[in-house]
Write a protein that binds this ligand. Structure first.
Ligand code: HEC
Length: 229
């Protein structure tokens, strides 16, 4: 009897102890959890999954790119645009500007009317030429760029040579866009207005290498000591 009583008492003591220990552990767990809910905010840095109390419509059923969707006859969730759709601002209604050609299909020989020939255009053209063309054609257009010197299967054309000077502006534009024979096209890298800026600059390079000294402003000829015949 005495033994049973002591056991019961000790169990009761241990139960009370256990409850208080549980409370202590619980408070250890709950308080930080509450604190993290109270202080953790959207945008905070954390290693754990984000606390996202107000869900709005952030998580909802949707199709991922390339996922199938049996609602459509072709089984694709990604719907192609209706044939003939043109995105706003993407209408290419000017063959001179976009393809370097006249209405009839022949190469244009001038800059498009919407491209103004001025110093800003030529500076832009020089910058873009130096980036995209000079590695092969050289900064002066000679065709002796660094890539050519390391060995390109075909020597790049001298842009100031007579056959290249005779090319219509639209054909140079097309060469930049689509490439020619062994030269790759730069349509993807160079936007249309920049291609025209390069065309204008190639013309300036050509003039610079076939110009007579009387085209040079007088203050420069005097400064350099060049004689004008
Ligand atoms: C990767 C080297 C390389 C780059 C970069 C390059 N070209 Fe060329 N280009 C060539 C080669 C090579 C040829 C000669 C192709 C042939 O005859 O097979 C050529 C030819 C040309 C021609 C002569 C076309 C013709 O019909 O005879 C023009 C004009 C020209 N390039 C302009 C440019 C312009 C402008 C750029 C810059 C946007 C440029 N190239 C960038 C390699 C290059």
């Amino acid at each position: 009897m005495k033994v049973m009583l002591t056991r019961l008492l000790s169990r009761a003591r241990s139960r009370a102890e256990c409850r208080s220990r549980a409370l202590a552990i619980g408070s250890l767990l709950v308080i930080p959890a509450l604190a993290s809910i109270a202080t953790g905010c959207r945008g905070d840095l954390s290693q754990g999954p984000p606390i996202h109390i107000v869900q709005n419509m952030d998580q909802q059923a949707r199709y991922d790119p390339q996922e199938p969707n049996t609602s459509f006859a072709d089984g694709r969730a990604m719907r192609p645009p209706v044939p003939g759709t043109i995105a706003r601002g993407s209408l290419r209604d000017d063959p001179h500007f976009f393809n370097g050609r006249r209405e009839g299909g022949e190469y244009a020989t001038t800059l498009p009317t919407r491209v103004a020939l001025n110093k800003v255009l030529l500076n832009r053209g020089r910058e873009r030429y130096d980036i995209y063309c000079s590695p092969c054609h050289d900064q002066a257009g000679s065709g002796d760029g660094i890539i050519a010197r390391r060995g390109y299967p075909v020597p790049p054309t001298n842009l100031a040579s007579d056959p290249t000077r005779a090319l219509p502006a639209g054909q140079i534009f097309e060469t930049i866009s689509n490439g020619v024979r062994t030269m790759p096209g730069y349509r993807e890298q160079i936007p249309v207005p920049d291609r025209w800026a390069i065309v204008a600059y190639v013309r300036a390079l050509q003039v610079s290498q076939h110009a007579s000294v009387d085209l040079v402003p007088q203050e420069v000829t005097t400064e350099k000591g060049w004689s004008v015949k």
